[in-house]
Every structure is written in C-alpha cells, then in structure tokens.
Design a protein around this ligand. Structure first.
Ligand code: 0XW
Ligand code: MG
Length: 367
C-alpha cells in the first residue's frame, strides 16, 4: 500500500456562461490541480483541489502545487492508509489543508480500489444511492437571479442558495424577498450566502427586514467574532462556511454554540479523513450541513457525493457540485452529473470514476 509515484497535472476549467460572481470574487476560469498516485502494487488513485479563484478562501491554485511539490518527495514510500498519510504530510508541511486534501482523496481512491470497496464504504457506508444537490446562483440583478431560480426549480433542485453581497444591501433584500415569493409553498429550501461580504450591521438589517422569509444565513460576515456578535441579534439559522478552516475551529464554534450548521468543504478541511470527523462532530451535535467543495471536476464531485451519501438523513442539506458550470467530464461514460437536482452515488471501487488523463496533458512534475 506504499506510494511509488506521484504525478501532478493542471487543467483550466472555464465557467460555462461565466463569470461566476460572489461577493468577493468574479471568476471566468478555474485552475484545477490533479494528483495521480501509483502504489507499489501498481494501483492508481486520483485526487484534485481547485480553489474558486484567489479571493474566496485562503487557498490559491499555485499555492496548492507549491505545497504538493514540497511534500511529494517525502511521501514516496509512505502507506496510503488515511491516518498514516496524514501524519506524514503533517510532518512535512504545516497547514495547507487544501493541498493535502488532494493526496488524501487520491489515497482513498487507491485504497478503495485495492480493498474492492467504494470510498463511501471507507467513510462508514452509503445510506442512500442518490444524494440531493443544491444550486447556487451568482450575485446579480434580482431579475436575473429570479430567472435562474425558476429554471433550477423546474429542473428539480430541492434547495437553492442565493449569492448576495458586493451590491447595495437594499438590492440583496429585494432579491431575497422576490426569490421567496417564487418558491413559497413549493417545498424548496433556501440559503442566502454572502460569502463574508456583509458587515455585522447589514446582516442584522437583512434578518430584521426579511423576518418572515425562512432561510439559512450562510457565512454573512468575515470572521468568527462577527458571527458570534450577530448570532443573538438575527432571526435566522446561521451557518458557517469559509471560517471552518480546521477541526479545532469547528469543535470550538460548536462547543460555544455560535452556529446552527455548516457549509462543509472537503479540501478546506484537508480531505476525506478530516471530513469524516467533521461530519461526525455535526452528527454528534445534530447540526445540519452541506458536503461541497469550492470547485473542481469529476474527482472532487465524486469525493463530495461519497461523503454526502454517508450523512444522517435529517442533517444532509445537500452536495454542491461545479458540474453544471463546467463543460464535459473527466470520465466520459460515467462522469458525475446532476439529474433532477440529485446525484447518483458512483458505483465501483474507490471514487468510482474512470479518469481520462489525456485531458490533462503531461504532468507538471513527477516524483
Ligand atoms: C456554492 N459554493 C459551494 C460553491 C462556490 O465555490 C462557493 C460555495 C459556497 O457555498 O460558498
Ligand atoms: Mg458558502
């Protein structure tokens, strides 16, 4: 089960009908990093990490590759068992979870293939064959957001996330109210994500002015202290996304009762092994959450879907994938797709996707 080779590739993923706009970011194309490991027995495992531009999180595509280049020589000969590979990565580099996540995902893929089980089995077992997804609109004029929301409801999405922030707060309030008018009575859940873009005053104002609109308020402000400050002054459930940077942070905010749920990201927390613990912390405190990543192709999509398949029914808010915003798949025949707002859990061992590596060209570096 030891790693014999590591190869790093890069690929640009243009945004279909781009740009994709968030409060602090406008992205036209995303720079994804692919990791291929080959074990001594010849088993291949694939991993991926794809920050959604340089301003969404403390993560950067070139930073991921620099961190992988730093760790890779020391990982040759290391076992792919999750605890072992994480201990080794931590001994080679402090932090940089989003780069370590790519090695973690590749290790899970190879380990599942060696054992003849799926990644969901490695994570405790799939509770469902189809996972609900949710659609995230970009930030934009109310009419445009409404058009997208109506289209996605017709496609069958059970949850809609509206992006806000980066425009006048009155416009955000109008968008929230109009979107609610169009989904009220339809059994569709709504989240409002400002991606750190509101001040504490703005978050409180939105909650007051939209007190009759049921939505989850996701990462409205920049810091944990901001969230703590607004928590008792808002009428809405408060979810933390960008601030969930480590398991220690997650444990601490759960213990202090600062949040009501999470937007969970596989790469930000460091991969599937820590994501499993994140999931269990949430389950232990009955906190709902999503299972997402910031962006990425079939490898990330498969990883998110496998995790989501293992989440307790009443706590699963859905899995977000970049698939609807990307042209094509890495796995031409069985790539991950969202159909009627739901994702089929990939079958087969490991991640369950067969990667066409000719799409990635030659590796940028190999060890
Ligand atoms: C909607 N997402 C899951 C995808 C974007 O990368 C941002 C993210 C979020 O919820 O912040
Ligand atoms: Mg979010």
């Amino acid at each position: 089960m030891e790693i014999a080779e590591i190869h790093i590739f890069k690929l640009d993923l243009p945004v279909k009908n781009g740009p994709y706009s968030m409060a602090n970011a406008k992205v036209y194309s995303l720079d994804t990093t692919l990791v291929k490991i080959i074990t001594k027995s010849g088993q291949i495992g694939w991993g991926e990490t794809c920050p959604v531009g340089p301003t969404y999180a403390e993560a950067h595509a070139k930073g991921a590759r620099a961190a992988l280049e730093e760790m890779a020589p020391g990982l040759i000969g290391c076992s792919i068992e999750p605890k072992v590979i994480h201990a080794k990565m931590d001994s080679l580099l402090n932090g940089h979870n989003y780069a370590k996540a790519a090695i973690d995902i590749a290790s899970h893929d190879a380990l599942g293939k060696i054992l003849g089980v799926s990644v969901s089995s490695l994570l405790g077992g799939a509770l469902r064959k189809k996972v609900p997804s949710y659609y995230a609109t970009g930030v934009g004029p109310t009419d445009e957001v409404l058009r997208v929301v109506r289209e996605k409801i017709l496609e069958g999405y059970p949850r809609i996330q509206i992006k806000v922030g980066g425009k006048p707060i009155e416009s955000d309030i109008e968008t929230i109210k109009k979107v609610w008018e169009s989904i009220e009575g339809k059994d569709i859940r709504m989240a409002v994500d400002a991606n750190r873009g509101w001040s504490t005053e703005e978050a409180i104002q939105v909650s007051r002015e939209c007190s009759d609109v049921p939505f989850v308020m996701e990462q409205p402000c920049d810091t944990i202290e901001d969230l703590q400050q607004i928590k008792t002054q808002i009428n809405h459930s408060l979810y933390m996304d960008e601030n969930s940077t480590s398991l220690k942070v997650v444990r601490s905010v759960v213990d202090r009762g600062i949040v009501d749920g999470f937007g969970m990201k596989v790469t930000r927390i460091g991969g599937l092994e820590p994501m499993k613990i994140f999931r269990d912390i949430c389950e232990n405190s009955s906190l709902p959450h999503t299972c997402d990543d910031s962006w990425g192709g079939d490898i990330i999509a498969a990883a998110c879907t496998h995790v989501a398949s293992t989440v307790k029914e009443n706590l699963l808010e859905g899995a977000w994938l970049a698939a609807p915003y990307i042209e094509g798949n890495y796995d031409k025949d069985n790539g991950i797709k969202i159909i009627q707002g739901h994702i089929s859990v990939p079958e087969g061992s490991g991640l369950g996707v067969v990667i066409d590596e000719t799409l990635f060209g030659s590796p940028i570096f190999s060890f």
